[in-house]
Design a protein around this ligand. Structure first.
Ligand code: PHE
Length: 332
């Protein structure tokens, strides 16, 4: 037994095989175990001899098995280290990095400009109370935007905000004058999807309130911003307009880029592009938010981020922004 068992153990290929051998010889019904268990059946004079030899064999086998076990473990470890070795001289695989979405880039760019002018950035809920979205902005119950058909209503007095103006109302309620903030974010209007419309789009609106803020402040700030955004060489013009929450109101246009010849098709026939709405905050709006129109005044403005991006980059279809086609996104 000793010779066979020792040879078998030495040749065991792995730990599993070794364990099988241990059971075969030293297990509960193992060959050596059995010899030792059956000693009682032997004639008395043979018992001590067999017992001695059996125990010796047992401990010899135990040692051989333990040795082989250690060997196999070492070998397995070596094998593993070999497999897990890292070749530090290999050239790295290049990560396929994403890039900032063009809309995020435009929002960041607008934010940078306003931060430089001392404005803060404020955000508010996209699910908004009718009060903040319409009522507090002096938008009458009969206004078409308040129609169930034009806004996404959640319940009778809760809807998805149709502009970020409610953030301005919330700010007027919560913050002491002077106020200088912009409110970027997603807004929602019921619209069929086509090249120019999307039921979800982005706005950056803004508000400045202090003592003695006048229309010249509005013009000064907005001209500065538009030129930073589109280039010093572009002209800016203000057209009278109407919004329920501002009086007087003005729409702001930027002149088409000077780029004679072909490929200049993104501009209008008039030579001007409308880019934002603005006006002096209506006294009633100030009052409703707890400000005294005799003490303070201010202006507000709002622009569509998609529209600005479309004009800046010459994009022809608003849907490109939401398709996440990597070939489109990589260009920015
Ligand atoms: N709230 C207007 C809109 O959503 C934009 C605007 C803001 C106009 C502030 C004037 C003043 O279109």
């Amino acid at each position: 037994i000793e010779e066979t068992a020792t040879n078998e153990v030495k040749e065991a290929a792995d730990l599993e095989e070794l364990e099988e051998l241990r059971i075969k010889y030293l297990g509960k019904n193992g060959e050596v175990t059995e010899i030792l268990q059956n000693i009682g059946d032997l004639p008395p004079e043979q018992r001590p001899v067999v017992g001695k030899l059996g125990n010796k064999l047992k401990s010899k086998l135990e040692n051989v098995i333990a040795e082989r076990k250690e060997e196999l473990k070492q070998a397995a470890k070596k094998e593993r280290l070999k497999k897990e070795r890292i070749d530090v001289t290999l050239t790295g695989r290049k990560d396929n990095l994403g890039s900032k979405h063009p809309l995020t880039q435009v929002i960041d760019e607008i934010s940078e400009i306003f931060l430089g002018l001392g404005f803060g950035i404020v955000e508010g809920p996209e699910v908004e109370k009718d009060y903040y979205n319409f009522e507090a902005l002096n938008i009458p119950k009969t206004h078409p935007a308040r129609d169930m058909q034009d806004s996404f209503y959640i319940s009778e007095d809760i809807l998805l905000r149709t502009h970020t103006s409610p953030v301005q109302v919330r700010t007027m309620e919560e913050t002491e004058v002077p106020i200088r903030i912009i409110a970027p974010g997603r807004v929602y209007r019921v619209d069929e999807v086509d090249a120019n419309h999307s039921p979800v789009f982005h706005q950056v609106e803004g508000l400045m309130i202090d003592q003695n803020i006048s229309f010249s402040d509005l013009k000064g700030i907005l001209i500065k911003v538009v030129k930073e955004l589109f280039g010093e060489d572009r002209k800016v013009r203000f057209r009278p307009s109407y919004f329920p929450f501002t009086e007087p109101s003005a729409e702001v246009d930027v002149s088409c880029a000077l780029c004679g010849g072909e490929g200049c098709s993104t501009c209008s026939d008039t030579g001007w592009l409308e880019i934002l709405g603005s006006g002096m905050v209506h006294p009633r709006v100030l009052e409703m938010s707890g400000l005294d129109p005799n003490e303070v005044s201010g202006f507000a403005f709002g622009m569509g981020v998609e529209r600005i991006a479309i004009l800046k980059y010459g994009i022809t279809d608003i849907r490109r922004f939401y398709e996440n086609d990597i070939r489109f996104l990589k260009q920015f």
